[in-house]
Design a binder for this molecule. Structure first.
Ligand SMILES: [Zn+2]
Ligand SMILES: [Zn+2]
Length: 80
């Protein structure tokens, strides 16, 4: 089963101008190796942030999308 990434990355290419080419991620989140910015979830190893930077993907129910990292669900409509 593959997850379809629906959310865009509005926070990529922000603040420091780093393109975030190299990232590392796990179940907790994703972090840029070069600049250390958290790109998703709580950051790699869950050490980057106290609150989840949600990344919503398709869930089993097409009406809802689910955060890859904290499993929060919202209406799929709300992504647009
Ligand atoms: Zn970066
Ligand atoms: Zn989340």
């Amino acid at each position: 089963m593959s997850l379809r990434i629906k959310a865009k990355y509005p926070y990529i290419m922000t603040i420091n101008g780093c393109p975030h080419d190299r990232t590392q991620g796990d179940n907790y989140g994703q972090t840029c190796v070069d600049c250390g910015q958290v790109l998703g979830g709580y950051g790699f190893w869950g050490e980057g942030r106290k609150t989840c930077l949600h990344r919503f993907v398709s869930s089993h129910d097409p009406k809802y999308v689910e955060c890859l990292y904290c499993q929060k669900t919202i209406d799929a409509d709300k992504l647009d």
